[in-house]
Ligand binder design. Sequence first.
Ligand SMILES: *Cc1c(COP(=O)(O)O)cnc(C)c1O
Length: 438
Amino acid sequence: MTPSTDRNQTLFDRARELIPGGVNSPVRAFRAVGGTPRFVQRAQGASFWDANDKRYIDYIGSWGPMILGHGHPAVVEAVQRAVLEGFSYGAPTEREVELAQAIIDLVPSIEMVRLVSSGTEAAMSAMRLARGATGRSKLIKFEGCYHGHADALLVKAGSGLATFGNPTSAGVPPEVVQHTIVLEYNNIQQLEEAFARHGADLACLMIEPIAGNMNFVRASVPFMKRCRELCTQHGALLVFDEVMTGFRVALGGAQSVYAGLIPGFRPDLTVMGKVIGGGMPLAAFGGPRAIMEQLAPLGPVYQAGTLSGNPVATACGLATLQQIAKPGFFDGLGAKTRQLVDGLKSAAAAEGVPFSADCQGGMFGFFLLAELPQNYSQVMKSDSARFNVLFHGLLDRGIYIAPALYEAGFVSSAHTDEDIAQTVAAAREIFKGLEARG
Ligand SMILES: *Cc1c(COP(=O)(O)O)cnc(C)c1O
């Protein structure tokens, strides 16, 4: 399309004059894959339409929240009703109590919950709570896991093993990350060394149990078991960041998956977001009563928010949770996601393209690698040039996946067999070309 008729390009040119990079969150800018970001004008079900009115099958779903697809009638109705009753009060509402109850009923490790407005805020607050509750400062995180953009969590691994990390962003003073220890995901030896050295000073270990910010990488069962044992032994809190996986990989989140594999398993604190807001700004963190009661106004750990528990957002979240809690919802969603992943695997195999993929519930990841990676450095061995060919090939064919190879993908209950068949057929065509390129 010429620039004058490509409204995505026109909007992007305008946006870049007004908004840094033309976007309000960096990965939307297509920097990793090149090309022009698609400006979305509307969405329905498993599809959205860009500014040129071209339709795409959407495998991002707002990066996870849209588990029912776009515009689910029951959710739309709940939001419309809520809007008529007012946008925000700065005073408590019944729906906050109902949403808290719904979360607590679905996640056995959570006895009390606090609602906030973003995953970043939830993770930052959980970290403060862990530090306040334990009276300790240090924390462990893993390379490739993302916990939002709070200063102390924007850290990459240092040069040596189990050293303190370096800030990944300008504007984060080294002193602010001096208590953050960054380890390799799924590396039991590094974990044991870090606890041996710092165990008595560790407030918490924060982890994405199924990492969705380095594409899709599961914590191995022995690794997760060791995380739990070492935290318990040293009095550190095990904090599950389930902003992506919560109510997405299973109704009870990734922790229910690990509880099925490790008897009696549960994290201490859980951070949630994305699906619990159903597409509205809503997130939460929760855990045992004794820890949660350390929060203001009961305890000494301060945390607050003008728009926390917003009445429109809680209506959206509650209506979404009610739909996904229906019997069989996750069986259906999981089967659909599996169908996509298996289809992509066979398409790649048929064209001789090295390919691996994994999924859980409505979340999936794939790699142009023969073996599933176990940590960040293995993920980064993916060939980005080949990924970009796949990305743009799919985009041209009306299929929208994440514009970077280190992001997970999402299937909603609105995706049809036809959507999936179309996606697999498109991928196969592109795989054919990939092979020819060598
Ligand atoms: C998206 C995400 C966050 C940050 O949530 P925001 O709502 O974008 O602030 C934190 N942790 C994980 C695991 C996420 O996927």
